[in-house]
Design a binder for this molecule. Structure first.
Ligand code: AMP
Length: 456
């Protein structure tokens, strides 16, 4: 489809889309909108950045205006569940932008802010409620919200919802909804648990899918800088000084690490904000707002920002630490090169992260060009450079590291849990232990594989 005209969307919605300067539907919109307009359930495989918000928001808004009726008190006609506060805010903003010529009431129910305002906003009911699962259940428990008249349910980033441990809450919520409803579920990946969830929550869904995660990174100029572990802060400052940067998003593995990196940048005269789970909602909003406006050009974040964050003009993503899960690398670097723009992704990789880098290169099916800024002592631990992904057995350190995260989801840097202050306190010791065991694993791999490589 070459324009939005063919969908037959309400004229006021079509006008808003034109004002947003959306000339042609994205592939996920092209596939999803007609199905959602025909009231079928949808199971969509698409990541953030593909235009999936409009793919579900436009048909839902169309239904809401076609069967316009005032929402009941303390209830919502549409419920959108998102895993993070940031994504929730963005989804609400999109709904409001597309509904700017309609009289649609919409609000947000997220944690980290007081419930009073949300309770008041729900008193007379809303057409669209965008919520994170925990806060939504709190509102239901305190009798501020009834879910018995929900007509449309969207579960956004279902795989992330699972990763973050929200699945029990999501089930509780869905259990309270009427069975007579339209459900749209979106997920960047489709692990078995998401398929199972979809089977329980969707009725004869139509499956739509867009480009798999690994092939969306082609526009990004990816680079690796091999560094000594202790030299990362200096190299980061050097990178930020020498690149032409509009906005740079720096990722660290831990919240503590994000604060530390931001402090060292500020010390070096580079203004930097931070975004992670230990910050209050208002601090997070302020940091994002000044980053969006360009007042602060550098934002240091944990993976809370890896997905869903939609800030225009991020020219650079820098991985101060490589992520433990290779897919996260793709999500992180996807914060740049948005809406057809170009972007640069630079990853600082020390000796202990070799296994993680291998897993990433395997996922994206290419070797990332590397420059070497290591000293001799660190070079001795691993090959000087690699022009292709390492042999299979090199994955052992990354795999082992991930297995540990699965076994211990309380880790502060675990992809499964981000908010445990106890885990945060324990983190220092554990990180040291992990570092040395990774190094030992890598040395063991070199010993094991040396004779085989000689034969080859
Ligand atoms: P999303 O995947 O929903 O987070 O959307 C990613 C970005 O693409 C947002 O900034 C949207 O405003 C933008 N977008 C969505 N649909 C279109 C479209 N059809 N044409 C151009 N930009 C779009």
């Amino acid at each position: 489809m070459t324009s939005f005209d063919g969908f037959g969307l309400n004229e006021a919605i079509a006008r808003a889309i034109a004002e947003e300067k959306y000339a042609t539907p994205t592939p996920i919109q092209e596939q999803t909108i007609p199905i959602a307009l025909s009231r079928h359930d949808v199971m969509g495989i698409a990541q953030t950045g593909t235009g999936k918000t409009a793919a579900f928001a436009l048909p839902i808004l169309h239904h809401l205006v076609t069967s316009a009726r005032p929402p009941q008190r303390k209830s919502c006609r549409t419920l959108v569940l998102c895993p993070t506060r940031e994504l929730s805010g963005q989804v609400l903003d999109s709904f409001r932008a597309y509904a700017r010529h309609l009289s649609i009431r919409s609000t947000l129910a997220i944690g980290g802010v007081s419930m009073g305002g949300q309770v008041r906003a729900l008193l007379n009911g809303v057409d669209v409620l965008v919520a994170t699962p925990g806060r939504l259940l709190d509102l239901v428990k305190s009798n501020a919200l009834h879910l018995s008249s929900v007509e449309f349910l969207v579960i956004d980033e279902a795989d992330r919802m699972l990763d973050m441990g929200f699945i029990v809450d999501v089930r509780k919520i869905v259990f309270k909804l009427p069975t007579e409803r339209q459900t749209l579920l979106f997920s960047a990946t489709m692990p078995a648990a998401v398929v199972e969830l979809a089977a329980q929550m969707l009725r004869n869904p139509v499956r739509v899918a867009v480009t798999p995660v690994a092939s969306t990174v082609e526009r990004i100029d990816q680079r690796i800088i091999r560094v000594d572990r202790g030299a990362k802060p200096i190299v980061l400052v050097d990178v930020l000084r020498h690149e032409t940067i509009d906005r740079a998003l720096i990722f660290t593995r831990t919240k503590h690490g994000a604060d530390k990196v931001a402090r060292s940048l500020i010390k070096a005269g580079i203004a930097a904000g931070t975004l992670h789970g230990n910050k209050s909602q208002s601090q997070r909003e302020r940091a994002l707002a000044s980053f969006r406006k360009g007042d602060v050009k550098t934002l240091v974040a944990t993976d809370i920002a890896a997905r869903g964050l939609d800030v225009d003009g991020i020219s650079h993503v820098v991985n101060f630490d490589l992520p433990n899960v290779p897919e996260t690398y793709v999500h992180r670097i996807g914060r740049t090169a948005r809406a057809g723009a170009k972007g640069v992704a630079i990853s600082l990789c020390d000796a202990e992260e070799a296994g993680l880098l291998h897993d990433i290169e395997k996922l994206i099916r290419k070797a990332i060009p590397a420059t070497d800024r290591r000293t001799h002592s660190d070079r001795a631990q691993m090959p000087a450079s690699r022009s292709h992904p390492a042999p299979r057995s090199a994955r052992s350190s990354g795999d082992r590291q991930r297995r540990r995260y699965r076994e211990d989801p309380t880790r502060s840097d675990s992809p499964h849990k981000q908010h445990t202050s106890g885990a945060e306190r324990r983190h220092g010791k554990r990180e040291q232990a992990d570092d040395s065991s990774n190094a030992l694993a890598y040395v063991a791999f070199l010993r094991r594989s040396a004779p085989r490589r000689q034969q080859a």
